[in-house]
Design a protein around this ligand. Structure first.
Ligand code: G4F
Length: 322
């Protein structure tokens, strides 16, 4: 976005948030505004201060297992937080539903999720597939999806939802399965760890490269009319495949190192996800550029470099057992 000439602002929650420093060190052009998806007034103030052309709501508690432990909090942030952001844009833009929509209004992108499909009604999943969420996280995301559509229909607000399937990169949090595997493979290869504990190896996901998915989000908001799109590769792999590819990349046999921890199996699992992103391909000209085996290898290589640099590289999440 910065390369395209945008002035980018980040909404920062909480006092002395360490991510602010992390982002500033890498992208000094980014400016920050304080705000919290749990606090309506702070969002109105942020939108009023910046008067943004485009708002990307990627703010969420994104780790699905957390949503069984703190269901109310996840619902507040991931569901009600979307409503609060829409209200902030509506109020500052003066959208009432009965007066004409002003030109040059703020455009809103909501990060919807393939978790909404949950116990899938059909395969692959497209924009018209019915939702059956399997977690409080998925249910909250479904609310965010529908309320975005409702503000579009009620107030003429330019709001869209991108239904993104799993997207990964070397920056992925170490609690998510691809990065948990890539970091463990690097640590095992370099002699810092022996076993990798995982949950359900049979779950199947449609994984893509996060950089491609960010490009899709931007493309969606440039359309004349607001339309929701599914974004994914249409290719699937199991957790077992992901582990095999990652261990093979460093010349190790995954079966020698992977063990099952039943505590990591979820109360209700999303067994399989596979995207039909045909509409995005046709309307936006979007296509993924990285195949999943190459993505896993990219993540393992990055973690090999990190672990070699900091020989005791250990993430708090791994220490906590996730
Ligand atoms: O990597 P995961 O934790 O991602 P999950 O639950 O699919 O959610 C991610 O993608 C969603 C889009 O579909 C986003 F909305 C969401 O915010 C997040 O980014 O788990 C993937 C699969 C699951 O089926 C899980 O049961 O991997 C399985 N798995 C098996 N063992 C494990 C583990 N997942 C984790 N995190 N850790 C394990 O040890």
């Amino acid at each position: 976005m910065i390369a395209e000439g945008y002035q980018v602002w980040g909404l920062v929650r909480g006092q002395a948030n360490p991510r602010r420093r992390w982002v500033s060190r890498r992208l000094s052009e980014i400016r920050f505004v304080d705000g919290d998806l749990m606090d309506q007034g702070s969002l109105v103030s942020a939108i009023d201060t910046i008067q943004p052309d485009e708002v990307y709501n990627l703010g969420a508690i994104s780790f699905v297992p957390m949503s069984w432990q703190q269901a109310e909090l996840v619902t507040e942030v991931n569901g009600m937080g979307v409503l609060r952001m829409l209200e902030a844009i509506r109020m500052v833009s003066g959208l009432s539903g009965s007066t004409p929509v002003p030109s040059g209004q703020t455009r809103f992108y909501q990060a919807s999720s393939s978790e909404m499909f949950g116990k899938v009604a059909e395969s692959p999943q497209s924009e018209s597939t019915v939702f059956h969420p399997r977690s409080p996280y998925g249910a909250a995301k479904a609310y965010g999806h529908y309320i975005t559509r409702n503000y579009r229909e009620s107030y003429g607000l330019y709001g869209i939802s991108g239904i993104l399937f799993n997207h990964e990169s070397p920056r992925r949090g170490t609690e998510f399965v691809t990065r948990k595997i890539s970091l463990a493979v690097a640590r095992i290869k370099l002699g810092h760890q022996d076993k990798l504990y995982l949950g359900n190896l049979d779950a199947v996901r449609d994984w893509g490269f996060a950089g491609d998915y960010v490009r899709a989000m931007h493309l969606m908001l440039q359309e004349d009319e607001p339309v929701d799109y599914v974004i994914g590769t249409g290719r699937t792999h199991s957790i077992r495949d992901a582990a095999r590819i990652a261990f093979e990349h460093v010349g190790l046999d995954w079966e020698q190192h992977v063990a099952i921890d039943p505590a990591l199996v979820r109360p209700a699992e999303v067994e399989t996800l596979c995207a039909d992103a045909g509409n995005a391909r046709r309307a936006l000209g979007w296509a993924p550029s990285v195949e999943f085996p190459d993505l896993m290898r990219m993540m393992v290589d990055s973690d090999l470099r990190s672990v070699s640099r900091e020989s005791r590289y250990e993430s708090p999440e791994l220490v906590a057992g996730w």
